[in-house]
Ligand binder design. Sequence first.
Ligand code: SF4
Length: 340
Amino acid sequence: MTRHKNIPFFIPHSGCKNNCVFCSQTKITGFSLPKEDIVSEALRLKATVDEALEYMNGAEAQIGFFGGSFTGIERERMLLLLDTAYGYVKKGAVKGIRLSTRPDYISNEILDILESYGVTDIELGLQSTDEEVLKVSGRGHGREVCFESAALIVDHGFGFGGQMMIGLPCSDREKELRTARDIVSMGATSARIYPTVVFKGTPLYDMAVDGRYTPITNETAADVAAACLRIFREANVEILRIGLHASDELKNAPFGANHPAMGELVYSRIAYEDIREQLAGKETKGKMLKICVPSNRVSAVVGQKGCNKQKLIEEYGFKKVKIYKSLTQEDVGLSIEAED
Ligand code: SF4
């Protein structure tokens, strides 16, 4: 599995004139910034990249502009940030530039600019491809523009990433799986899945408090995210992230999928399902199960607090479950033996 390395640079809520019901960018990114002039901001970007390059191999890394709607910020500011980042691309210090923005902030003109500054990947915060969900969530655009912008990005030759949410108002499992399939059909090379978290001070919080919205639980979020992940995995779409980064704000979010390690929950669920598939029809009662996995998948297979091991014992009657690290880092899959 290829692992993306990013040097992230956050632009909280900048450039965005919308007010999505769930949005609290300061809380999502975990910090707020004082207003600064564009030159200071570009210098801060430079300092961020220089510091990151001290401990990572930049030849495999991308500078990533995340957090707001990058292509919606003031043109002069966007160009200065791009120019600063492009300097690192030109001298081979980093592999490229990726950014996230809204579907309705994409045009041929914008894409030509991004291409000329060495941008390689563009992620769209689609959140859903369901018309009603987009409307009730206050996204300010419809389904059609999601497809149109994705097509423009792909036609220009950029890597396209689709970001989706689970548990938005008026959404359900079926709509979320359809969104994942739509992202695949748009030609995505990467995806992020964000179960909805309800932060205080957002319209969604008010909707949850007065009963107009039922927040998603961690359990349901993990279940649907696992199903979406399978759709992406079958289409070779790389999953860049599941769930928001852990932060105090996330921990203190009153409702929604605020588990600090949502990705782990999902990967451990997928690992369990994979094991179950391989155990189908096998004699298990009273036997020992040996599972051999690459070291980077051990924690997913074990599950949080050993829950997968425990479930295997309870569900299949194994006497013992042992998990071994395989000798290679290649994803060789699970090798399972059941014996006395
Ligand atoms: S488009 Fe993004 S930044 Fe803007 S309000 Fe919505 S979620 Fe927040």
